[in-house]
Ligand binder design. Structure first.
Ligand code: SF4
Length: 490
C-alpha cells in the first residue's frame, strides 16, 4: 500500500527536471463552479502532482473545502466528493512542494488556505515563493500568530489578519505590500474572486470569460479545457477583484519593469498555452531554430528527448535540413509510479519511461534535443541507451542555457552544487556525459526566440533568467540570511 507520507515517487526522468511549483484556478458566476475548477486543475496538473485542493462558497452551506494527495483525476472526479463543494464561486490549487514539508507534502501544507476575519472568510491559493517568508514568519510568531502549516503562503493570511482595513481586498493589499518574491494568487471571499500577480509578473496568471462567469488560471490551456475565452493576462503588479458586476483592477505595488519567468517558455508551461502573447509551442520551435544556427553539426537524424524536447527538435530539424525522427519513444502510461518499486525495477531507471527506436538509430549520427540539463543523470542514461542501440555518434543540443543557479521564485531546483553546470564548463559537461558534442542555446538566442530580436539587454533584461545568469530580479532575502552569496554584478 502506498505510504501516505510519501505519496508519489518521482520517476528518475522527472527527478532530473526543474519542477514548477503550483497551478491555480478560480471561477465566479458559474453554477457548480467547483466542477469547472476540477477540470482546470486537471489541465494544470503538469504544474504540480503531489496534492490538490478546492474551496467553494455556497449561500446555504458557507465555505466548503476538500484537499487531497495525488492527481486531480483520482480525487476530484468522484461525484460524492464534488457534491460537497456546491456554489458558483470556487478556487483550487495543485501543488508540488517548494516550501513547507519539501518532497513529502503534509496535508496541512495543501492549499487553498483559509482565514476567518471579522468581515468574513477568505481562501487563498498561491503559486510562487515568498522570498522573505522566514523573516515574516518569525516576526508574526513573535507577535502572537499561530501557524497551521509550514507553507510560506500562510504568511499572507496572518498579515491580512493584522491589517486594520475594513474589507478583505484592502487587507490583502496591506499584506501584499509586506511580502517579497514571485507569486500569482487566486483568492475568494463570499462574493469576490481575487487575482494578484507580483510586481515583476514572474509567475503567470490569465483572465478568461465563460458565459456569465469569470475565470482565473495559471495558463490558457486550462481555460481551453472548460471552453472559456482567454481575455488577457493579469498584468504584472495587478490585483483584479471580480464580482457579479465585473472586474475591478488595482495596482497595489510600485510600478516596475516586468520580468516574467523565461523558463515558463522553455519547459514549465504546456506547449498549447499562450504566454506573453506568444504560443509556447512556437517559441520552443524558435529556440530549436536558434540552436541549429548557433550549434550546427553534421548528423543523420534529429531526435527529441520526449516530450518536452519535441518542439525544439522540430525547429532544429527544419533549420538544419537534417531529418526529424522519433528515435526515442515515451511510454505514455507510466506516469509517476504509485508503487514502491523493487531494486530491480528501480535499476531499470529511464528505460521504464523511454525506449529507443532501434531500427531508426542503428549506425546513425544522432542529434538529441532536450529542454534542459539539471543534474545530468538522465542525459547520461539516455546517451547510453542510444549507444546501446547502435548509434555511431551522439550529439546533445539543449534548448536552454546552462542552469547554473537555483531558483528562489517557486521552482524546485537542486542546491547550487548539484547543478551540473554550476561546477563544470561546457567541455567538462560533454566529457562527463560522454557524448560527441554538447551545446546549449545562448541566453541571447533564447531571448530572440522569446521575441527579443536584439537578444538580452543586460541593462534591462525583459525576463527573469536568474537560473541561467545569476541575476536575481528580487532579492532572495531569506536565502542571503542563510548564507547564499549573490553573484557580483558584472
Ligand atoms: S530563476 Fe529561472 S525558473 Fe526561477 S523564475 Fe527565474 S527564470 Fe524562472
Amino acid at each position: 500500500m502506498r505510504n501516505p507520507s510519501k505519496p508519489f515517487l518521482a520517476h528518475p526522468l522527472d527527478a532530473d527536471k526543474l519542477k514548477e511549483e503550483c497551478g491555480v484556478f478560480g471561477v465566479i458566476g458559474l453554477e457548480e463552479a467547483a466542477n469547472f475548477v476540477a477540470l482546470g486543475l486537471h489541465a494544470l496538473q503538469h504544474r504540480g502532482q503531489e496534492a490538490g485542493g478546492i474551496v467553494s462558497y455556497h449561500e446555504g452551506s458557507g465555505f466548503n473545502s476538500q484537499r487531497r494527495f495525488g492527481y486531480v483525476r483520482d480525487n476530484f472526479t468522484k461525484q460524492s466528493l464534488m457534491e460537497t463543494l456546491p456554489g458558483a464561486l470556487s478556487i483550487g490549487h495543485v501543488r508540488y512542494s517548494t516550501s513547507g514539508s519539501k518532497g513529502a507534502t503534509a496535508m496541512r501544507d495543501v492549499q487553498p488556505f483559509f482565514g476567518e476575519f471579522s468581515m468574513g472568510g477568505c481562501a487563498i491559493a498561491h503559486n510562487g515563493n515568498i522570498t522573505n517568508a522566514v523573516a515574516l514568519r518569525r516576526e508574526l510568531i513573535e507577535r502572537g500568530s499561530i501557524f497551521q502549516s509550514g507553507s510560506d503562503s500562510e504568511c499572507i493570511i496572518h498579515l491580512m489578519a493584522r491589517s486594520i482595513q475594513s474589507t478583505i481586498p484592502e487587507r490583502m493589499k496591506d499584506a501584499l505590500r509586506r511580502i517579497e518574491g514571485a507569486f500569482s494568487i487566486v483568492a475568494m471571499t463570499r462574493s469576490k474572486l481575487i487575482g494578484v500577480r507580483d510586481a515583476l509578473g514572474v509567475r503567470p496568471l490569465m483572465l478568461g470569460r465563460l458565459g456569465g462567469g469569470w475565470v482565473l488560471s495559471s495558463e490558457t490551456c486550462a481555460l481551453d479545457i472548460i471552453g472559456a475565452e482567454f481575455l488577457r493576462e493579469v498584468e504584472p503588479g495587478e490585483m483584479v477583484v471580480i464580482t457579479g458586476g465585473g472586474v475591478e483592477s488595482f495596482f497595489p505595488f510600485e510600478r516596475t519593469r516586468p520580468r516574467p519567468c523565461i523558463f515558463e517558455h522553455v519547459y514549465f508551461s504546456r506547449p498549447d498555452s499562450i504566454l506573453g502573447g506568444r504560443s509556447v509551442y512556437e517559441t520552443r520551435q524558435r529556440i530549436g531554430v536558434e540552436l541549429a544556427r548557433e550549434a550546427p553539426v553534421a548528423a543523420d537524424l534529429v531526435c527529441p528527448v520526449p516530450d518536452s524536447g519535441t518542439p525544439a527538435a522540430i525547429g532544429y530539424a527544419r533549420e538544419s535540413g537534417i531529418p526529424y525522427a522519433m528515435g526515442i519513444v515515451r511510454n505514455q502510461y507510466m506516469g509517476r509510479t504509485f508503487i514502491e518499486p523493487t531494486e530491480q525495477i528501480r535499476n531499470m531507471g529511464v528505460r521504464l519511461k523511454l525506449n529507443v527506436n532501434r531500427a531508426l538509430i542503428r549506425d546513425k549520427r544522432v542529434i538529441l534535443v532536450d529542454d534542459s540539463v539539471v543534474r545530468g543523470t538522465t542525459s547520461r542514461k539516455i546517451k547510453e541507451m542510444i549507444l546501446d542501440a547502435g548509434a555511431r555518434e551522439v550529439h546533445f543540443r539543449i534548448a536552454s542555457p546552462p542552469t547554473r543557479w537555483p531558483c528562489f521564485y517557486g521552482v524546485d531546483t537542486p542546491e547550487r552544487d548539484k547543478l551540473l553546470a554550476s561546477a563544470m564548463d561546457e567541455e567538462e559537461m560533454r566529457d562527463h556525459l560522454g557524448v560527441d558534442s554538447l551545446r546549449f542555446v545562448s541566453l541571447d538566442g533564447l531571448y530572440r526566440a522569446c521575441g527579443e530580436e536584439a537578444g538580452r539587454d543586460g541593462s534591462r533584461p525583459a525576463y527573469c533568467d536568474a537560473c541561467f545568469s545569476g541575476a536575481y530580479p528580487v532579492r532572495p532575502s531569506d536565502m542571503i540570511a542563510q548564507g547564499f552569496e549573490l553573484k557580483a554584478a558584472e
